[in-house]
Design a protein around this ligand. Structure first.
Ligand SMILES: [Mn+2]
Length: 406
Protein backbone atom coordinates (compact mmCIF):
# COMPACT_ATOMS: atom_id res chain seq x y z
CA UNK A 1 0.00 0.00 0.00
CA UNK A 2 1.32 3.40 -0.98
CA UNK A 3 -0.01 6.39 0.96
CA UNK A 4 -0.15 9.28 -1.50
CA UNK A 5 0.27 12.04 1.08
CA UNK A 6 3.54 10.52 2.31
CA UNK A 7 5.14 10.34 -1.12
CA UNK A 8 4.51 13.79 -2.50
CA UNK A 9 6.87 14.33 -5.37
CA UNK A 10 6.87 10.56 -5.76
CA UNK A 11 7.91 9.28 -9.13
CA UNK A 12 6.30 6.17 -10.40
CA UNK A 13 8.49 3.09 -10.61
CA UNK A 14 7.34 -0.27 -11.85
CA UNK A 15 6.52 -2.73 -9.13
CA UNK A 16 7.42 -6.32 -9.91
CA UNK A 17 7.67 -6.11 -13.68
CA UNK A 18 11.06 -5.46 -15.17
CA UNK A 19 11.91 -1.96 -16.25
CA UNK A 20 11.76 -1.55 -19.98
CA UNK A 21 9.14 -4.28 -20.46
CA UNK A 22 6.29 -3.12 -22.67
CA UNK A 23 3.42 -2.86 -20.24
CA UNK A 24 -0.05 -1.46 -20.05
CA UNK A 25 -0.64 0.67 -16.98
CA UNK A 26 -4.10 1.55 -15.73
CA UNK A 27 -5.83 2.86 -12.64
CA UNK A 28 -8.99 1.20 -11.36
CA UNK A 29 -11.35 3.10 -9.07
CA UNK A 30 -15.12 2.93 -8.42
CA UNK A 31 -18.02 4.08 -6.26
CA UNK A 32 -17.25 7.78 -6.17
CA UNK A 33 -20.87 8.53 -5.16
CA UNK A 34 -20.47 12.23 -5.98
CA UNK A 35 -23.13 14.30 -4.24
CA UNK A 36 -23.52 11.92 -1.32
CA UNK A 37 -24.94 13.05 2.00
CA UNK A 38 -23.47 11.46 5.12
CA UNK A 39 -25.78 11.81 8.13
CA UNK A 40 -27.11 15.01 6.56
CA UNK A 41 -23.68 16.46 5.66
CA UNK A 42 -22.80 17.18 2.01
CA UNK A 43 -19.54 15.42 1.14
CA UNK A 44 -18.72 17.24 -2.10
CA UNK A 45 -15.82 19.18 -0.55
CA UNK A 46 -14.38 15.95 0.90
CA UNK A 47 -14.77 14.26 -2.48
CA UNK A 48 -13.06 17.15 -4.28
CA UNK A 49 -10.13 16.89 -1.83
CA UNK A 50 -9.60 13.19 -2.70
CA UNK A 51 -10.12 13.70 -6.45
CA UNK A 52 -7.41 16.36 -6.41
CA UNK A 53 -4.96 13.78 -5.06
CA UNK A 54 -6.31 11.23 -7.52
CA UNK A 55 -5.62 13.60 -10.42
CA UNK A 56 -2.08 14.12 -9.08
CA UNK A 57 -1.58 10.35 -9.10
CA UNK A 58 -2.74 10.22 -12.73
CA UNK A 59 -0.33 13.07 -13.59
CA UNK A 60 2.63 11.31 -11.96
CA UNK A 61 1.99 7.69 -12.94
CA UNK A 62 0.91 8.46 -16.55
CA UNK A 63 -1.42 5.49 -17.00
CA UNK A 64 -2.71 4.40 -20.40
CA UNK A 65 -6.25 4.33 -19.04
CA UNK A 66 -8.36 5.31 -16.02
CA UNK A 67 -11.31 3.05 -15.19
CA UNK A 68 -14.25 4.05 -12.97
CA UNK A 69 -16.45 1.00 -12.30
CA UNK A 70 -19.81 2.60 -11.58
CA UNK A 71 -21.71 4.63 -8.99
CA UNK A 72 -20.19 7.81 -10.36
CA UNK A 73 -22.96 9.81 -8.73
CA UNK A 74 -24.85 8.93 -5.58
CA UNK A 75 -28.27 9.39 -7.13
CA UNK A 76 -30.12 9.60 -10.40
CA UNK A 77 -30.40 13.41 -10.19
CA UNK A 78 -27.14 14.62 -8.60
CA UNK A 79 -26.76 18.08 -7.04
CA UNK A 80 -25.13 20.76 -9.29
CA UNK A 81 -21.91 20.81 -7.19
CA UNK A 82 -21.41 17.10 -7.85
CA UNK A 83 -21.92 17.56 -11.60
CA UNK A 84 -19.38 20.41 -11.59
CA UNK A 85 -16.87 18.27 -9.68
CA UNK A 86 -17.19 15.39 -12.17
CA UNK A 87 -16.88 17.84 -15.06
CA UNK A 88 -13.69 19.38 -13.61
CA UNK A 89 -12.15 15.99 -12.83
CA UNK A 90 -12.75 14.33 -16.19
CA UNK A 91 -11.75 17.49 -18.11
CA UNK A 92 -8.45 17.65 -16.24
CA UNK A 93 -7.67 13.95 -16.79
CA UNK A 94 -8.88 13.54 -20.37
CA UNK A 95 -8.16 16.98 -21.86
CA UNK A 96 -5.44 18.26 -19.53
CA UNK A 97 -3.42 15.10 -19.00
CA UNK A 98 -4.52 13.35 -22.22
CA UNK A 99 -5.31 10.12 -20.38
CA UNK A 100 -8.33 8.18 -21.71
CA UNK A 101 -11.09 7.29 -19.25
CA UNK A 102 -13.70 4.57 -19.27
CA UNK A 103 -16.67 4.82 -16.93
CA UNK A 104 -19.74 2.67 -16.48
CA UNK A 105 -23.04 3.34 -14.73
CA UNK A 106 -23.67 1.73 -11.33
CA UNK A 107 -26.93 1.03 -9.54
CA UNK A 108 -27.03 4.58 -8.14
CA UNK A 109 -26.61 6.25 -11.54
CA UNK A 110 -29.32 7.09 -14.02
CA UNK A 111 -28.21 5.37 -17.26
CA UNK A 112 -29.98 7.92 -19.47
CA UNK A 113 -28.61 11.00 -17.72
CA UNK A 114 -25.07 9.67 -17.31
CA UNK A 115 -25.08 8.56 -20.93
CA UNK A 116 -25.86 11.98 -22.37
CA UNK A 117 -23.42 12.84 -25.15
CA UNK A 118 -21.52 9.56 -24.77
CA UNK A 119 -20.95 9.15 -28.53
CA UNK A 120 -19.51 12.68 -28.67
CA UNK A 121 -17.41 12.22 -25.56
CA UNK A 122 -15.90 8.95 -26.78
CA UNK A 123 -14.33 10.93 -29.65
CA UNK A 124 -12.34 12.72 -26.96
CA UNK A 125 -11.45 9.46 -25.20
CA UNK A 126 -14.04 9.69 -22.44
CA UNK A 127 -15.90 6.40 -22.80
CA UNK A 128 -19.12 6.56 -20.80
CA UNK A 129 -20.95 3.24 -20.92
CA UNK A 130 -24.34 3.37 -19.29
CA UNK A 131 -26.66 1.42 -21.57
CA UNK A 132 -26.56 -2.41 -21.66
CA UNK A 133 -27.31 -2.17 -25.36
CA UNK A 134 -23.82 -0.60 -25.83
CA UNK A 135 -21.83 -3.58 -24.56
CA UNK A 136 -21.62 -5.61 -27.76
CA UNK A 137 -18.23 -4.45 -29.00
CA UNK A 138 -15.17 -4.11 -26.76
CA UNK A 139 -13.24 -0.83 -26.82
CA UNK A 140 -9.71 -1.27 -28.01
CA UNK A 141 -6.87 0.77 -26.56
CA UNK A 142 -3.62 0.85 -28.48
CA UNK A 143 -0.23 2.15 -27.56
CA UNK A 144 3.45 1.27 -27.39
CA UNK A 145 2.39 -1.55 -25.08
CA UNK A 146 0.26 -3.27 -27.71
CA UNK A 147 -3.50 -3.49 -27.62
CA UNK A 148 -5.97 -4.35 -24.91
CA UNK A 149 -9.71 -4.83 -25.29
CA UNK A 150 -11.89 -3.38 -22.56
CA UNK A 151 -15.46 -4.51 -22.07
CA UNK A 152 -17.62 -2.23 -19.93
CA UNK A 153 -20.86 -3.70 -18.60
CA UNK A 154 -22.99 -1.11 -16.78
CA UNK A 155 -25.36 -2.08 -13.98
CA UNK A 156 -28.81 -3.05 -15.18
CA UNK A 157 -31.72 -4.69 -13.43
CA UNK A 158 -32.49 -8.22 -14.65
CA UNK A 159 -35.86 -7.05 -16.03
CA UNK A 160 -34.07 -4.43 -18.16
CA UNK A 161 -31.54 -6.97 -19.46
CA UNK A 162 -34.38 -9.39 -20.25
CA UNK A 163 -36.10 -6.74 -22.31
CA UNK A 164 -33.01 -5.22 -24.00
CA UNK A 165 -31.51 -8.57 -25.01
CA UNK A 166 -34.86 -10.21 -25.66
CA UNK A 167 -33.85 -13.13 -23.46
CA UNK A 168 -36.77 -14.53 -21.47
CA UNK A 169 -34.48 -16.75 -19.39
CA UNK A 170 -33.00 -13.75 -17.52
CA UNK A 171 -34.55 -13.90 -14.05
CA UNK A 172 -31.76 -12.76 -11.74
CA UNK A 173 -28.38 -10.99 -11.75
CA UNK A 174 -26.38 -14.14 -12.44
CA UNK A 175 -28.45 -15.03 -15.52
CA UNK A 176 -28.33 -11.39 -16.64
CA UNK A 177 -24.51 -11.39 -16.51
CA UNK A 178 -24.42 -14.65 -18.47
CA UNK A 179 -26.71 -13.22 -21.15
CA UNK A 180 -24.71 -9.99 -21.45
CA UNK A 181 -21.35 -11.76 -21.63
CA UNK A 182 -22.84 -14.07 -24.26
CA UNK A 183 -23.67 -11.00 -26.37
CA UNK A 184 -20.14 -9.54 -26.17
CA UNK A 185 -18.03 -10.08 -29.25
CA UNK A 186 -14.90 -11.97 -28.27
CA UNK A 187 -11.80 -9.77 -28.33
CA UNK A 188 -9.54 -10.46 -31.28
CA UNK A 189 -6.58 -8.21 -30.46
CA UNK A 190 -3.08 -9.28 -31.45
CA UNK A 191 -2.12 -9.88 -27.85
CA UNK A 192 -5.58 -11.14 -26.89
CA UNK A 193 -5.47 -9.21 -23.61
CA UNK A 194 -8.76 -8.14 -22.13
CA UNK A 195 -10.20 -6.25 -19.17
CA UNK A 196 -13.78 -6.50 -17.97
CA UNK A 197 -15.31 -3.54 -16.10
CA UNK A 198 -18.59 -4.12 -14.31
CA UNK A 199 -20.76 -3.17 -11.33
CA UNK A 200 -22.02 -6.27 -9.55
CA UNK A 201 -22.09 -8.25 -6.34
CA UNK A 202 -19.68 -11.12 -6.87
CA UNK A 203 -20.36 -14.08 -4.57
CA UNK A 204 -18.01 -14.16 -1.61
CA UNK A 205 -17.50 -10.37 -1.44
CA UNK A 206 -17.70 -8.58 1.92
CA UNK A 207 -20.45 -5.97 2.25
CA UNK A 208 -20.51 -2.63 4.11
CA UNK A 209 -23.46 -0.59 5.37
CA UNK A 210 -23.34 1.98 2.57
CA UNK A 211 -24.17 -0.22 -0.43
CA UNK A 212 -27.78 -0.32 -1.58
CA UNK A 213 -28.87 -3.97 -2.12
CA UNK A 214 -29.21 -4.83 -5.81
CA UNK A 215 -32.39 -6.80 -5.37
CA UNK A 216 -35.09 -7.22 -2.78
CA UNK A 217 -35.97 -10.75 -1.74
CA UNK A 218 -33.98 -12.33 -4.58
CA UNK A 219 -30.49 -13.43 -5.46
CA UNK A 220 -28.25 -10.44 -6.15
CA UNK A 221 -24.91 -12.22 -6.41
CA UNK A 222 -23.06 -13.44 -9.48
CA UNK A 223 -20.72 -16.46 -9.16
CA UNK A 224 -17.03 -15.87 -9.78
CA UNK A 225 -16.99 -18.51 -12.51
CA UNK A 226 -18.94 -16.12 -14.80
CA UNK A 227 -15.83 -13.95 -15.15
CA UNK A 228 -13.35 -16.54 -16.38
CA UNK A 229 -11.20 -15.65 -19.37
CA UNK A 230 -10.40 -12.01 -18.59
CA UNK A 231 -6.93 -10.83 -17.56
CA UNK A 232 -8.32 -8.32 -15.05
CA UNK A 233 -11.87 -7.75 -13.82
CA UNK A 234 -12.36 -4.20 -12.49
CA UNK A 235 -15.35 -4.33 -10.16
CA UNK A 236 -17.54 -1.72 -8.56
CA UNK A 237 -20.38 -1.95 -6.02
CA UNK A 238 -18.78 -3.28 -2.82
CA UNK A 239 -17.25 -0.39 -0.89
CA UNK A 240 -14.48 -2.32 0.85
CA UNK A 241 -11.33 -2.66 -1.30
CA UNK A 242 -10.97 -6.42 -1.79
CA UNK A 243 -9.91 -9.19 -4.11
CA UNK A 244 -12.62 -11.82 -4.51
CA UNK A 245 -10.86 -14.28 -6.76
CA UNK A 246 -7.93 -14.58 -9.12
CA UNK A 247 -7.98 -11.41 -11.24
CA UNK A 248 -11.25 -10.16 -9.63
CA UNK A 249 -10.74 -6.87 -7.80
CA UNK A 250 -12.98 -4.33 -6.07
CA UNK A 251 -11.18 -1.00 -5.77
CA UNK A 252 -13.66 0.07 -3.05
CA UNK A 253 -15.31 3.47 -2.68
CA UNK A 254 -13.65 6.89 -2.85
CA UNK A 255 -14.43 7.64 0.80
CA UNK A 256 -15.86 5.91 3.87
CA UNK A 257 -19.60 6.27 3.37
CA UNK A 258 -20.79 4.64 6.62
CA UNK A 259 -19.43 4.20 10.13
CA UNK A 260 -19.15 0.45 9.39
CA UNK A 261 -16.23 1.44 7.13
CA UNK A 262 -14.29 3.30 9.84
CA UNK A 263 -11.54 0.65 9.80
CA UNK A 264 -11.22 0.48 5.99
CA UNK A 265 -8.24 1.98 4.20
CA UNK A 266 -9.79 3.37 1.03
CA UNK A 267 -7.58 3.14 -2.02
CA UNK A 268 -7.40 2.81 -5.79
CA UNK A 269 -5.63 0.08 -7.76
CA UNK A 270 -2.63 0.95 -9.91
CA UNK A 271 -2.21 -1.98 -12.26
CA UNK A 272 0.54 -2.95 -14.67
CA UNK A 273 -0.24 -5.61 -17.24
CA UNK A 274 2.55 -7.32 -19.16
CA UNK A 275 2.37 -8.47 -22.77
CA UNK A 276 0.91 -11.81 -21.73
CA UNK A 277 -1.80 -10.26 -19.57
CA UNK A 278 -0.26 -10.96 -16.13
CA UNK A 279 -1.00 -8.14 -13.74
CA UNK A 280 0.87 -6.54 -10.89
CA UNK A 281 -1.52 -4.65 -8.61
CA UNK A 282 -0.54 -1.84 -6.23
CA UNK A 283 -2.95 -0.04 -3.90
CA UNK A 284 -2.62 3.71 -3.45
CA UNK A 285 -4.46 5.46 -0.61
CA UNK A 286 -5.21 9.17 -0.21
CA UNK A 287 -5.64 11.44 2.82
CA UNK A 288 -9.22 12.50 3.51
CA UNK A 289 -10.07 16.05 4.54
CA UNK A 290 -11.94 14.59 7.51
CA UNK A 291 -11.65 10.96 8.54
CA UNK A 292 -14.65 8.84 9.58
CA UNK A 293 -14.06 7.37 13.04
CA UNK A 294 -15.81 5.69 15.94
CA UNK A 295 -14.86 6.53 19.49
CA UNK A 296 -16.08 4.93 22.68
CA UNK A 297 -15.94 5.96 26.33
CA UNK A 298 -17.54 7.94 29.13
CA UNK A 299 -18.66 11.45 28.19
CA UNK A 300 -16.42 13.17 30.76
CA UNK A 301 -13.29 11.33 29.53
CA UNK A 302 -14.06 12.01 25.88
CA UNK A 303 -14.57 15.73 26.59
CA UNK A 304 -11.31 15.92 28.53
CA UNK A 305 -9.22 14.47 25.72
CA UNK A 306 -7.22 16.95 23.71
CA UNK A 307 -7.69 15.94 20.09
CA UNK A 308 -5.29 17.24 17.44
CA UNK A 309 -6.60 19.90 15.09
CA UNK A 310 -7.36 17.44 12.28
CA UNK A 311 -8.74 14.66 14.47
CA UNK A 312 -11.03 17.16 16.16
CA UNK A 313 -12.81 17.84 12.86
CA UNK A 314 -13.27 14.19 11.86
CA UNK A 315 -16.74 12.77 11.29
CA UNK A 316 -17.43 10.89 14.49
CA UNK A 317 -19.77 8.31 15.87
CA UNK A 318 -19.52 8.31 19.65
CA UNK A 319 -20.50 5.31 21.76
CA UNK A 320 -21.18 6.52 25.28
CA UNK A 321 -20.65 4.05 28.09
CA UNK A 322 -22.40 6.22 30.71
CA UNK A 323 -25.49 4.76 32.37
CA UNK A 324 -28.46 6.94 33.23
CA UNK A 325 -29.64 10.22 31.79
CA UNK A 326 -27.24 12.69 30.15
CA UNK A 327 -28.41 16.19 29.37
CA UNK A 328 -27.59 17.40 25.83
CA UNK A 329 -24.76 14.96 25.10
CA UNK A 330 -24.65 16.10 21.43
CA UNK A 331 -24.33 19.77 22.36
CA UNK A 332 -21.50 19.06 24.80
CA UNK A 333 -19.62 16.80 22.42
CA UNK A 334 -19.89 19.26 19.53
CA UNK A 335 -18.18 21.96 21.59
CA UNK A 336 -15.02 19.82 21.35
CA UNK A 337 -15.73 17.78 18.22
CA UNK A 338 -17.83 19.89 15.82
CA UNK A 339 -18.56 16.99 13.45
CA UNK A 340 -20.05 14.40 15.78
CA UNK A 341 -22.76 12.91 13.57
CA UNK A 342 -24.17 10.12 15.67
CA UNK A 343 -24.30 9.11 19.33
CA UNK A 344 -24.92 5.58 20.47
CA UNK A 345 -25.79 4.68 24.03
CA UNK A 346 -24.38 1.19 24.19
CA UNK A 347 -26.36 0.03 27.25
CA UNK A 348 -29.73 1.10 25.88
CA UNK A 349 -31.98 -1.19 23.90
CA UNK A 350 -30.16 -4.38 24.75
CA UNK A 351 -29.45 -6.71 27.61
CA UNK A 352 -32.96 -6.61 29.07
CA UNK A 353 -32.90 -10.37 29.28
CA UNK A 354 -35.77 -11.05 26.89
CA UNK A 355 -34.92 -13.67 24.27
CA UNK A 356 -34.39 -12.35 20.79
CA UNK A 357 -33.95 -8.78 21.99
CA UNK A 358 -30.22 -8.50 21.39
CA UNK A 359 -30.61 -8.03 17.66
CA UNK A 360 -28.82 -5.24 15.87
CA UNK A 361 -31.57 -3.93 13.61
CA UNK A 362 -29.08 -2.03 11.49
CA UNK A 363 -27.70 -5.38 10.32
CA UNK A 364 -31.10 -6.63 9.11
CA UNK A 365 -32.37 -6.31 5.57
CA UNK A 366 -35.58 -4.39 4.92
CA UNK A 367 -37.38 -7.64 4.29
CA UNK A 368 -36.19 -9.12 7.60
CA UNK A 369 -37.20 -5.94 9.43
CA UNK A 370 -40.66 -5.97 7.88
CA UNK A 371 -41.11 -9.64 8.61
CA UNK A 372 -40.07 -9.13 12.27
CA UNK A 373 -42.43 -6.16 12.55
CA UNK A 374 -45.27 -8.20 11.06
CA UNK A 375 -44.70 -11.02 13.56
CA UNK A 376 -44.51 -8.50 16.40
CA UNK A 377 -47.87 -6.87 15.62
CA UNK A 378 -49.87 -9.86 14.39
CA UNK A 379 -48.34 -12.80 16.27
CA UNK A 380 -48.18 -14.69 12.99
CA UNK A 381 -45.49 -15.11 10.31
CA UNK A 382 -45.73 -13.72 6.78
CA UNK A 383 -47.25 -16.20 4.36
CA UNK A 384 -45.42 -16.70 1.07
CA UNK A 385 -48.11 -14.69 -0.80
CA UNK A 386 -47.70 -11.82 1.64
CA UNK A 387 -43.92 -12.02 1.26
CA UNK A 388 -44.23 -11.89 -2.54
CA UNK A 389 -46.55 -8.90 -2.42
CA UNK A 390 -44.13 -7.13 -0.02
CA UNK A 391 -41.24 -7.73 -2.45
CA UNK A 392 -43.26 -6.50 -5.44
CA UNK A 393 -44.45 -3.38 -3.65
CA UNK A 394 -41.00 -2.41 -2.37
CA UNK A 395 -39.32 -3.14 -5.73
CA UNK A 396 -41.81 -0.82 -7.43
CA UNK A 397 -41.16 1.86 -4.81
CA UNK A 398 -37.39 1.56 -5.30
CA UNK A 399 -37.82 1.90 -9.07
CA UNK A 400 -39.90 5.05 -8.65
CA UNK A 401 -37.41 6.40 -6.13
CA UNK A 402 -34.51 5.98 -8.54
CA UNK A 403 -36.20 8.20 -11.06
CA UNK A 404 -37.71 10.70 -8.66
CA UNK A 405 -36.17 14.14 -8.29
CA UNK A 406 -34.75 14.37 -4.81
MN1 LIG B 1 -21.73 2.03 -4.58
Amino acid sequence: MICWAEVSGWRFTPNTLQRGDPILRFIHTADWHLGRLFHGVHLTEDQAHILQQFTDLVRQSKPDLVIVAGDIYDRAVPPPDAVALLNDTVSEIVLGLKVPMLMIAGNHDSPERLGFGSALLSQQQLHMISDVGQVGTPIRFEGSHGTVDVIGIPYAEPAVVRERLGDEAVKDHSLAMRAILGAVKKPRGKSGRSILVTHAFVAGGKVSDSERPLSIGGAESVPRSKFAGFDYVALGHLHRPQTVGPKLHYSGSLLKYSFSEAEHTKSVKLVEMDTKGSCSVQEVSFSPLKDVRRIKGHLKRILEEQPGRTAKNDYLMVSLLDKGAILDAMGKLREVYPNVLHIERSHLGSGDGAPGRNIDHRRMSDEELFSAFFTEVTDGDLTSEQRTSYVETVSAMRRDEREADK
